[in-house]
Ligand binder design. Structure first.
Ligand code: RIB
Ligand code: CA
Length: 329
């Protein structure tokens, strides 16, 4: 079973990603980073999720409270004042792992083979770990992240939130040499939790499904109000689903859930209109050898540094999520 660390900023979609991962992957730990809400609030929310889902065996470690350079940026208009508005969840009592999230990531990667990092919030923790202990770059099996976009942004017309909050951290990650799998808005916006999906979840009739449905009711309404979307985009579960071997899930036998293409991704750190954009080179210049230009040069593309999601089977992701939620009490 794949060994993962989920680095997150719960966050309604982060919560679903944790529930999906815990039933299909070996979750070595959950690390938190400031993003959707303050570090304290997202950390409390991570503890609330492991408590209501019966996952308190998974250590939770608290991480970076602000981006490397930029001022913090939170989105209560999307995830609410608590960061997980909707269900009335009790204040958590589960103790945190005593280590800082960055130390947790470094110690786990240095002591365990084939660890996969699954960042689904700003990349501040990951970048800090890479800078503090460069040797982890050669030991991390891959990074499967929700962030960026092949097309449009959400925080700005060009930039997606997780990248936009800490573009300098994202630049460190995308230039680290670690194999990256990027699930961007161009696919994650295709997986909305509308009334239809939420009622399917509520229909499971369990305590966990009731909490999840109530949280998605809130999230659907905020995204409708802010962006005019028809449902709550299930961004973060995509980065987890990308790692799940669907042949092992009998009801899902068939083609892959998400389609990826190798391409070079650069994080814009200067643009007036494009700061925080993931500039994805999908021209595929690399595949056709050296093509001359009129001024005696050649068309050049940077070598791919990421597998970028280009398509997703939305219905199969929803089915996988609901089949997984049915496994919780
Ligand atoms: O842009 C979507 C991303 O920003 C998701 O990870 C969501 O949880 C927020 O962190
Ligand atoms: Ca998130």
């Amino acid at each position: 079973m794949k060994k993962v660390i989920i680095d997150c900023d719960p966050g309604h979609d982060d919560a679903l990603a944790i529930l999906l991962a815990a039933k299909h992957l070996d979750v070595l730990g959950i690390t938190t980073v400031a993003g959707n809400q303050t570090l304290d609030k997202v950390t409390d929310n991570a503890l609330k999720v492991v408590e209501f889902a019966g996952l308190t065996h998974i250590p939770v470690a608290k991480g970076m409270g602000h981006p490397l350079i930029r001022p913090p940026r939170h989105v209560p208009e999307v995830h609410g004042e608590t960061g997980l508005d909707g269900p009335d969840l009790p204040a958590p009592t589960t103790p945190l792992d005593p280590r800082h999230a960055v130390d947790f990531i470094i110690e786990t990667v240095m002591s365990t083979e084939d660890v996969i990092l699954v960042p689904i919030g700003p990349l501040t923790n990951i970048a800090t770990a890479l800078r503090r202990e460069p040797r982890i770059a050669g030991r991390i099996q891959e990074i499967s992240l929700m962030g960026g976009s092949l097309t449009y942004g959400n925080s700005t017309p060009a930039a997606e939130f997780n990248i936009y909050v800490d573009p300098e951290a994202a630049h460190i990650v995308f230039t680290s040499g670690v194999p990256i799998r990027m699930c961007g808005l161009n696919v994650t916006r295709q997986v909305p939790a509308t009334e239809v999906e939420i009622e399917r979840i509520r229909g499971l009739g369990t305590r966990t499904s009731a909490i999840v449905a109530e949280s998605l009711d809130f999230y659907r309404d905020t995204l409708k109000r802010v962006f005019g979307l028809r449902g709550g985009s299930l961004h973060d579960p995509c980065a987890v689903a990308a790692l799940i071997d669907l042949s092992a899930v009998p009801a899902q036998a068939g083609p892959t859930l998400i389609e990826f293409e190798p391409m070079h991704v650069a994080v814009e750190l200067k643009g007036e209109h494009t700061y925080g954009m993931t500039v994805c080179d999908c021209r595929h210049l690399r595949g056709r050898g050296q093509v001359s230009t009129s001024d005696g040069g050649v068309w050049r593309g940077e070598p791919p540094n990421a597998e970028v999601a280009v398509d997703i089977d939305k219905d199969r992701l929803i089915d996988l999520l609901i089949d997984t939620l049915a496994k919780y009490p």
